[in-house]
Design a protein around this ligand. Structure first.
Ligand code: NAD
Ligand code: UGA
Length: 471
């Protein structure tokens, strides 16, 4: 085990990144005491729940880690001041959403939470502290953080307070977070203080091979994170754009991506077509990139990345239009079963989920939706569709169902929006019997057993495949 001078870590932000990341740190570094702090009391209570099914986030393997480490060397607490004041190293892992008002609204990152974290560190820290940016941040944010930390000289005990700021962006993807954290493709550490870099690097060396720990300057590190997300999102928009061409020309997107992905320069990962990318980060990080490019007067570059988002929005609305068109151009008063509300499988996260905009489109068209998702809590669906609370007869309605079976009863169509494993094994014959005829399946994730569904009697629309091929 690689021991170093770090004995106490504080992580500000107990979210999708802070919680799992610190659980993995704790499991590999028993000699370090880790406190994960949050201003949200309910969230901390949920992290401390005795029933591991009630943890605030669902992530395969997380419950196991939490049950091993919690209250051993991993603590979830609201005690911000104490946790900061004791820590040798502090991770800032707070939310960084797109600004909704003021300068840069709709594009720039809202740094409110990062700034308040830096101010709290400046105020409560007691001695030399390594501050690590874990949140995804615009290039040059480290400068802002440094300025705020230096202003701590206004506070008492100023002669003992010194800071090093590092960038250590997180590349985990939800649903696979624990595996990503245990076996990262790389760990990126940006900074200019060699001692601080060594301290952080020696923590990772407990489980990450040395050649996977990449050290860069701080600006490259911040920009690499934005670029990685932009490249991944661009790949999905590329494949989604071609899926629409396949549907018209008679090509099959599965065959096209197989052929394209066998080119070792392109590779076969991240080529699944779908209803558009969701998640809390792709959209906000590209918007941020666009904002930065415009700020530095790189209009063409900004437009290039903006188009990735435009295709994504187009893909979502084109799916809503297809559903309406196939159901005789009218879904008013029809019942439509929605299978999957999370933005991808194996997470209970619905942030920017394509299901939200597709459901809203269909409700606006007058449909009655019966929504089923195996992991998303009801209150989240209610929050996400809240502005569609229907008091107007022209709009449709929606309800949440406890099972696939119940959502399908008397419905005209089933729309698959998330690739949950259980949707691969649906007994289509069973569902068909309970539905109104003609009964449709709209598969936006290419996850159904096509032959079985066809045999059961369904009409099927499958993304990226011409309806003629399906005949
Ligand atoms: P999240 O919203 O789930 O969690 C952030 C937490 O920070 C919240 O619980 C919030 O209450 C807390 N917080 C905000 N300000 C605080 C303060 N001053 N003091 C204490 N707590 C505070 O967000 P997330 O999904 O964990 O993302 C965090 C960052 O990591 C973002 O910058 C995001 O872009 C980046 N990121 C996210 C993912 C992902 O998969 N979600 C992956 C890689 C990177
Ligand atoms: C993504 C990145 O993959 C992570 O590396 C990054 O750390 C994270 O964003 C972040 O910064 O937040 P995440 O959003 O959790 O992770 O999930 P992804 O697996 O990337 O999926 C994003 C969206 O793209 C989902 O809606 C998913 O269904 C969609 N997707 C993904 C496709 O439509 N096709 C694919 O081939 C892959």
């Amino acid at each position: 085990m690689k021991k170093n001078n770090i004995r106490k870590i504080c992580c500000i932000g107990a979210g999708y990144v802070g919680g799992p990341t610190m659980a993995v740190f704790a499991s590999h570094c028993p000699y370090i005491e880790i406190k994960v702090v949050d201003i949200n009391k309910e969230r901390i209570d949920a992290w401390n729940a005795s029933d591991f099914n009630n943890l605030p986030i669902f992530e395969p393997g997380l419950d196991n880690l939490i049950s091993n480490q919690r209250n051993v060397n991993l603590f979830f607490t609201n005690e911000l001041e104490k946790s900061i004041s004791e820590a040798d190293m502090i991770f800032i892992s707070v939310n960084t959403p797109t600004k909704t008002k003021g300068v840069g609204a709709g594009q720039a990152i809202d740094l409110k939470w990062v700034e308040s974290s830096a101010r709290q560190i400046a105020k409560y820290s007691k001695s030399h502290t390594i501050v690590v940016e874990k949140s995804t941040l615009p290039v040059k944010t480290a400068e802002t953080i440094k300025k705020i930390l230096i202003s701590s000289h206004d506070f008492e005990n100023k002669e003992n307070k010194t800071f090093s700021v590092l960038s250590n962006p997180e590349f985990l993807s939800e649903g696979n977070a624990i595996n990503d954290l245990q076996n990262p493709d790389r760990v990126l550490i940006g900074g200019d203080d060699d001692n601080a870099i060594e301290s952080l690097s020696s923590i990772y060396l407990n489980w990450v091979p040395k050649d996977k720990i990449l050290k860069t300057n701080i600006w490259s590190s911040e920009l690499s994170k934005l670029t990685a997300n932009a490249f991944l999102a661009q790949r999905i928009s590329s494949v989604n754009s071609i899926s629409s061409l396949c549907e018209i020309t008679g090509a099959d997107i599965a065959q096209v991506t197989k052929a394209v992905g066998m080119d070792s320069r392109i590779g076969n990962k991240f080529l699944s077509t779908g209803p558009g990318f969701g998640g809390s980060c792709f959209q906000k990080d590209i918007l941020n990139l666009v904002y930065l490019c415009n700020f530095y007067k790189l209009e063409e570059v900004a437009n290039y990345w903006q188009s990735v988002l435009e295709i994504n929005n187009w893909q979502k609305s084109r799916i809503s239009r297809i559903i309406v068109n196939y159901l005789f151009g009218n879904v008013s008063g029809k019942k439509i079963a929605i299978l999957g509300f999370a933005f991808k499988a194996n997470t209970n996260d619905t942030r920017q989920s394509p299901s939200i905009s597709i459901c809203k489109d269909l409700i606006e068209e007058g449909a009655h939706l019966s929504i089923y998702d195996p992991k998303v809590e009801n209150y989240k669906i209610e929050e996400d569709l809240a502005d569609q609370e229907i008091d107007n007869n022209e709009f449709g309605t929606w309800e949440i169902c406890p099972s696939i079976k119940e959502s399908a009863i008397k419905s005209d169509a089933i729309v698959i929006l998330t690739e949950w494993k259980e949707f691969y094994d649906i007994n289509w014959q069973d569902l068909f019997r309970s539905m109104r005829k003609p009964s449709w399946i709209f598969d936006t994730r290419k996850c159904i057993n096509y032959q079985n569904a066809k045999k059961a009697g369904f009409n099927i629309w499958e993304i990226g495949k011409s309806p003629l091929i399906n005949k």
